[in-house]
Design a protein around this ligand. Structure first.
Ligand code: B12
Length: 213
C-alpha cells in the first residue's frame, strides 16, 4: 500500500506527474475496494490542502482550476477499482450540484461509485435550479435525490430545492441525501434532507440501505 500522506501532499502541491504515477502503480496492484476508498480519501484531503493554500493567498483561482482537472484525471485512473458492482440495477438517483455552485468533482466521485454499485444515476450537472430537480423527479420517479454543494451558499440552495420538492407534492416519494464539504447534521436538519455525508463511499452505503427497504 502506498504512503497516503505522500499522495495527499502531492495533490496539495499540484504535482500531477507524481500523483498520476502513484495512482497508476496502485491500480496495477489490483487493490481491493476498501484500499481504493482510502486512496480517494487521501486525494480529497489533498484538495483540502489546496483550499488552505488558496485561503492563505498562496494559490489563485487558476490553481483551483488546475486542482479540479488534476483530481478529475486522478479519479479517472481510479475508476476501475472504486466499487465494482454486480451489474444489476438497484434503484434510481437524480443527482446534481445545486444552483449557484459550479463544483462537481465530489459529485462525480459519488456518481462513479453509485453507478458501480448498480444505481441508475441521472446527473443534472452543475448550477442546477430547484425547478430542474423537480422536473426530473416527476419524469424519472427516482427513489433518491442526491444534492451536492461545496460552497457555504449551496446549503441555502439545497433548502430551497427540498422546499420545492415539497411544494410539488414529491417530497414523501423520495429520500434526499446531501453531500459536499459544508454539510453537517445541523445543516441536514435545517435543509430537511434525510441524510448527509462528506464521504462518497458512505453516501453509497446509505443509498443501498434505502434501496433494500
Ligand atoms: C477545485 C475547487 C474549485 C474548482 C472546481 C472545479 C470543479 N470542476 O469542481 C473551481 C476553480 C471551478 C472553483 C471555483 C470557485 N471556488 Co472553489 N474550490 C475548489 C477546492 C480546492 C476543492 C473542491 C473539491 O473538489 N474537493 C474535493 C472533493 C472530492 O470533495 P467534496 O466535494 O467534499 O466531495 C466528497 C464528499 O463531500 C462527497 N460528496 C460530494 N458531493 C456529494 C453528493 C452526494 C449526493 C453524496 C452522497 C456525496 C457527495 O463525495 C466526495 C468524495 O468523498 C475547494 C477547497 C476545499 N477545501 O474543498 C475550493 C473551495 C470550495 N472554493 C471556494 C471558492 C471561494 C471558489 C470561488 C468563489 C473562487 C473565485 N473567487 O472565483 C469559485 C466559485 C465558483 C462557484 N460558483 O461555484 C471556497 C469556498 C468557500 C465557501 N465557504 O463557500 C473553497 C472552500 C476554497 C477556500 N478555502 O476558500 N473551485
Amino acid at each position: 500500500m502506498m504512503d497516503l500522506s505522500v499522495l495527499t501532499r502531492a495533490v496539495g502541491d499540484l504535482d500531477e506527474e507524481a500523483v498520476l504515477d502513484m495512482l497508476n502503480d496502485f491500480v496495477a496492484t489490483k487493490p481491493g475496494e476498501e484500499e481504493a476508498q482510502k486512496v480517494v480519501g487521501a486525494c480529497q484531503q489533498g484538495m483540502a490542502l489546496v483550499g488552505d493554500f488558496f485561503d492563505k493567498g498562496e494559490y489563485f483561482v487558476g490553481d483551483l482550476i488546475f486542482a479540479g482537472e488534476l483530481l478529475t484525471s486522478a479519479i479517472n485512473v481510479l475508476k476501475p477499482v472504486i466499487g465494482r458492482g454486480s451489474g444489476a440495477k438497484v434503484g434510481k438517483i437524480v443527482l446534481g450540484t445545486v444552483e449557484g455552485d459550479l463544483h462537481d468533482i465530489g459529485k462525480h466521485i459519488f456518481k462513479s461509485m453509485a453507478d458501480a454499485a448498480g444505481f441508475e444515476v441521472y446527473d443534472l450537472g452543475i448550477d442546477v435550479p430547484a425547478s430542474a430537480f423537480v422536473e426530473k423527479v416527476k419524469e424519472i420517479k427516482p427513489q433518491i435525490v442526491g444534492m451536492s454543494g461545496v460552497l457555504t451558499l449551496a446549503l441555502d440552495a439545497m433548502k430551497v430545492t427540498v422546499a420545492e420538492l415539497n411544494n410539488a407534492g414529491l417530497r414523501n416519494d423520495v429520500k434526499v441525501i446531501i453531500g459536499g464539504n459544508p454539510v453537517t447534521k445541523e445543516a441536514c436538519e435545517q435543509i430537511g434532507a434525510d441524510a448527509f455525508t462528506t464521504n462518497a463511499a458512505e453516501g453509497v452505503k446509505i443509498c443501498q440501505s434505502w434501496s433494500k427497504q
